[in-house]
Design a protein around this ligand. Sequence first.
Ligand code: ADP
Ligand code: MG
Length: 355
Amino acid sequence: MEQSSATATEPTNLGGSSPDIRLSGVRKAYGEVVAVDGIDLEVQRGEFFTLLGPSGSGKTTTLRIIAGFELPDSGTVELGGRDVRDLPPYDREVNTVFQDYALFPHMSVATNVEYGMRVRGTAKEERAKRRDEALEMVRLSGYGDRKPSELSGGQRQRVALARSIVNRPRVLLLDEPLGALDLKLREQMQIELKQIQHEVGITFVYVTHDQEEALTMSDRVAVFNHGVIEQIGAPADVYETPANRFVAGFVGVSNLIERDGRQFTIRPEKVRLLEPGEGDDGMHIESGRIRDVAYAGMITRYLVVLDAGGELQVVRQNLETTSAEAVEQGGRQVAVGWRPEHTVAVKAATHTERG
Ligand code: ADP
Ligand code: MG
């Protein structure tokens, strides 16, 4: 697998200890369907690591293999440096939070959070102490007596989180945990989850198909495509220097342009709509026509058809532009410019190269 950029951004392991998670050559097929096609990754202690990719790309299967709900057909899984092939899920220092949070509806919040400790036979005082700590961590102190039905979606999600951190697992696996929430609440929970993770210091492996969510929350992101990892890197790495066409297209909006047989991408916010006479020597300038204008409050998106071929999405902040002025631009002949250093040459994706 091609992963030159992944190696370059691998964090150095200062303590010299083993990573919390190491997958090597992991493959899993269901009949004809290859869900995971030979993946390698390492997650360091305390990292917020995200598996990002479209539906069906193998994210959940990877998570289930780490948790021990599935065994790989080949490859190895190590947790804290130990091969866990023979360890059942309940003996792994790993907990999972699912999208549908599965709280017991007839039990109070407090009883839900204590449930795992009760099963393990933890003493009553210890249970109460850890329960209260966990509820405080997810900012739900005082909600212990409520039933799940008396909580909002975001609060229920935080109860599920409290329940899964109460035993202080080494690693928490989260499979699209915010998927059921509406956009506003989801954005708020993204920030809260990240803060909570920071406070409790548990390693998070987080699954999402939402690139913005991944970029906002993660220390590093693995971009999945048809069971392979196309790139591993910090959010800024995968956004600014996508390893290939798939990553460029999937992570954020990217313009793909071909000039002189060379393909490259440029991000919409790096392209300038130029006033007559604007632009300087260092800038690459082309002419085109604005085909579409979409005013979106803070910004406006322009679709520009270039005279030399290709289309560009251009994003401009509405610093002084009104919606009427923005929309008036439609159909106009314009000059656009960008700095060559903001373009990234791209090659085909790992998956499609394999055919
Ligand atoms: P993601 O979480 O990225 O959406 P999954 O890991 O759930 O992807 O699935 C990857 C591929 O494996 C898909 O094509 C899916 O249909 C298939 N798959 C997953 N689990 C099973 C299963 N238990 N039986 C058969 N096929 C499965
Ligand atoms: Mg999934």
